[in-house]
Design a protein around this ligand. Structure first.
Ligand code: NAD
Ligand code: GLY
Length: 361
């Protein structure tokens, strides 16, 4: 087991990465001085694979466990779903010392975290991420929340988990497209923070499916990605500055995702396209070398992710959509741009004409 400690001014917690670690969930939680009551939150797809094992591990460690499955899908990441968790908490008399455990991807993690942040003004919360994206990104750092009909993640709270337990073996059942979506975030860490992670992935022939990665490489990818996220969050928990670099590839990516109705490309694919666009913008602005841009594109392709905009997308609509993005500050779009592999800078000095040019490219 590899453990990363995420240190924050008010609290600290472990990110434990352990093949087969799901069986140790109860034992690891028993060291955290939590109350005995646990509400395990999942969805029926994930629960059928891993629910019983998680419950058995918790009960063996002496926890009293109740469980609730929310419906599967981003469209259910709503206040109505969170209300169901409040009702379940009420029925099970969950007290202040109780813990909500999220067993699932980012959707389950974000909702469970938000329910835990708000039930009785905040109870304990543990993340057991089951998608690659949630392992390296969503489960770490305390951003929790739900969608509003007018926009993604508009309602939320910062609420840090007491533990993040990552068992890479659960990725065996993850659909391939979801695996690739997570790889986009892993590549992101290579570009923004960890040149060695980037170089290690370049040595691998294929990164597009779980089965092509050796156990060692997968462990290395998880450890280095989680370390990158922990480093950034520990320096800037509430996104006053540095944490914005985690949005690399997300500026144009979000516009592409929303303009295609969240159906044509998924989040990871949109981030991949957004990273290529941000890289090209950086090349055009003389900030980074074309050779680095080519290396980034090759790695993205190796992960089976797209490097080009979907056919027929309206370029003007992308430029317009950027103006309504959460990352707009004082009317200026903020871009995270690479300067060398492992280093990025944040700038709002990019004109609409420069954005349009890069989209054409
Ligand atoms: P997801 O939670 O929707 O999971 C993807 C699909 O995989 C679902 O159908 C799920 O049931 C299935 N699944 C999950 N684990 C599985 C497994 N081991 N085996 C088989 N099937 C499995 O998607 P996601 O990509 O994990 O998360 C996306 C969400 O995360 C978005 O709502 C996004 O806003 C959020 N997010 C949050 C943060 C944050 O910092 N809080 C960061 C990034 C993304
Ligand atoms: N996923 C971006 C962040 O956690 O800040």
């Amino acid at each position: 087991m590899h453990t990363i400690r995420l240190n924050l001014p008010q609290e600290a917690y472990d990110i434990a990465i352990a093949p087969g670690g799901l069986a140790k969930l109860g034992e690891l939680m028993s060291h955290l001085h939590l109350g005995k009551q646990v509400l395990l939150v999942s969805n029926s797809v994930i629960f059928q694979y891993y629910g019983e094992q998680a419950i058995a591990s918790l009960e063996d460690a002496g926890f009293n466990v109740s469980s609730y499955n929310l419906p599967d899908g981003e469209q259910y990441k709503t206040l109505a779903s969170v209300e169901k968790l409040y009702n379940t908490a009420l029925e099970n008399h969950l007290e202040r010392a109780a813990t909500m455990v999220a067993l699932g991807g980012g959707v389950i993690g974000d909702m469970t975290g938000f329910a835990a942040a708000t039930w009785l003004r905040g109870i304990n919360f543990v993340q057991v991420p089951t998608t690659l994206l949630a392992m390296v990104d969503a489960a770490i750092g305390g951003k929790t929340g739900v969608n509003h009909p007018q926009g993604k993640n508009l309602i939320g709270a910062f609420h840090q988990p007491k533990l993040v337990l990552i068992d890479p073996q659960v990725l065996q059942t993850l659909p391939e497209r979801e695996f690739r979506a997570g790889m986009a975030e892993v590549i992101k860490y290579g570009v923004i923070w960890d040149a060695e992670l980037f170089a290690q992935m370049e040595k691998c022939d294929r990164l597009d499916q779980f089965r092509y990665l050796s156990e060692n490489l997968l462990q290395e990818i998880l450890v280095r990605s989680c370390q990158a996220k922990a480093d950034v969050v520990s320096k800037d928990e509430k996104e006053a500055g540095l944490r914005a670099i985690l949005n690399y590839g997300h500026t144009i990516g979000h516009a592409v995702e929303s303009l295609t109705g969240y159906r044509v490309v998924n989040h990871g694919e949109a981030v991949a396209i957004g990273m290529v666009a941000a890289g090209q913008l950086a090349v055009n602005l003389g900030l980074w070398e074309q050779e680095s841009q080519n290396r980034q594109s090759s790695l993205i392709q190796k992960a089976g992710l797209p490097t080009k905009l979907p056919d027929g997308i309206d370029l003007d609509a992308i430029v317009d959509a950027l103006q309504t993005d959460k990352k707009v500050k004082a009317g200026k779009v903020r871009f995270v741009l690479p300067t060398m592999i492992g280093v990025v800078k944040v700038t709002d000095q990019v004109s609409s004409a420069q954005i349009y040019q890069v989209l054409q490219q």
